[in-house]
Design a protein around this ligand. Sequence first.
Ligand SMILES: C[S@@+](CC[C@H](N)C(=O)[O-])C[C@H]1O[C@@H](n2cnc3c(N)ncnc32)[C@H](O)[C@@H]1O
Length: 502
Amino acid sequence: MTATLPRPDDALVARLRADLAASGFTVAGVTALLGPMAAAALDRDQALPAQRATGATDDPRAALVRLFTLGDPVDAAEVAAALPTLGVAGGVELGLLAPEGDAVVALCDLRPHAADGADWWVASDLGELATGRPLTPDHVLGVGGASTTLASWTPRLPAARALDVGTGCGVQALHLGAHAERVTVTDLSERALAYARFNAALNALDWDVRSGSMLDPVAGERFDLVVSNPPFVITPRSGAVPLFEYRDGGAAGDAVVRDLVRTVGEHLEPGGVAQLLGNWEVPRGTTWTERVGEWLDGTGLDAWVVQREVQDPAEYAETWARDGGHHPDTADFNAMYTAWLDDFAARDVEAIGFGVVTLQRPATDREPFRDLADVPGPVEQPMGPSVLRGLRARTWLAEHDDDAVLDIAWRCADDVTEERHGVPGEPDPRVILLRQGGGLRRHLPLSTVTSALVSVCDGELTARAATAAIAGLLDLDDDAVRTEAVAFLRDAARDGLLVRGD
Ligand SMILES: C[S@@+](CC[C@H](N)C(=O)[O-])C[C@H]1O[C@@H](n2cnc3c(N)ncnc32)[C@H](O)[C@@H]1O
């Protein structure tokens, strides 16, 4: 167990902040120092190129990277030069540094993080790259792949109150600070909360930090936005797999995510949104949409769930056995692998889905909408602006009947193009696709009717007038054309391929 935790001493933290800012210890600054190759290698947990790039320079950022990212001992004089106002003694007092002979070692990871024009610093436990050892069960993660996925997908809507459930060292809360007036964070881990308090202080932010399981610390309270990268990893309870606090919520199977989906609505204001990540099990003979659909039944929430990845039990076991720092073909790895396969077999689980869950409490008493889709490929980065537009489009569609849809003068979004695929020599295309450049990068096949409709979606002509003209031109039944057009318009509009021209 890592004993030391950083202390949020305001005066010392202010000195640290000043030193980090003065040295240019930002994402851009560190990337410029390392160069693209070493920076990319670090992202793959390979330290060697970064060690070479930081070894022979007196740039203060190099000392900070060697100390806080690579976990190397650094000469005390170099550390003192990199942290001139805090000093080595101040770093020791903050719980960040420890002397080791003439050198100094870091007791935690500390690195810059940036998004949407903002720069922050994030302290967390030193990872496997720095320590060379498997992680301990109480390990507090820094910014990981799941953190950036959730941050990317979160709709950045203005919020009076925002909540981050399972905040860890506070990554999501940093992002929330840009668009929420009050940020509340919860976690079960006291170590994580210590880091969250420290990171709030280091970034001069004020968070309401609460201890407890999932939504317990906010009983009876409501928020405009709830985000959670929950401990969603499905973990056998047999004892063979360490119960890492950062990924295991303390329940069997996918119950942690199920319970969060089922109960988060009680904490949403009308119109409030929850943005979550999750894993779900797919038992043999069922589908993921049935599984997640059951979770949603009775919640009264709008739901837009995008499944991004599917693994079979073996792939899942390999991913998460490696994640804790264990290597294939070792006894520990194989014991864990077996435990995962046994666990999934006991519930007849055939596949495990990973995805992004967007929930909204409807602001009126209309029927909630539900949209569960598979999108395995690359999507726009960040996705948040598209999620916000998609929520608004789905809400409008849920609040308007087909007549209202027909009365709109729809317009093709600026990132939409049409693709025609034909057989060489044939005059007419075999396939016409409407392709979205951003967002979920959807492509919709067009029929004769919908292709004609899209060609007049210029924001001037209503869909009603367009469908009447198309029916006349193609000598088709008016009702049939309208029915096909409305289904297509709803599908294209919800993901932003068509937008309202009004
Ligand atoms: C995957 S980490 C997410 C950390 C951070 N929010 C991020 O996005 O990187 C999950 C967090 O949930 C916390 N956690 C685990 N079990 C929990 C529980 N039952 N209730 C609340 N938090 C829990 C862990 O301590 C950890 O900080």
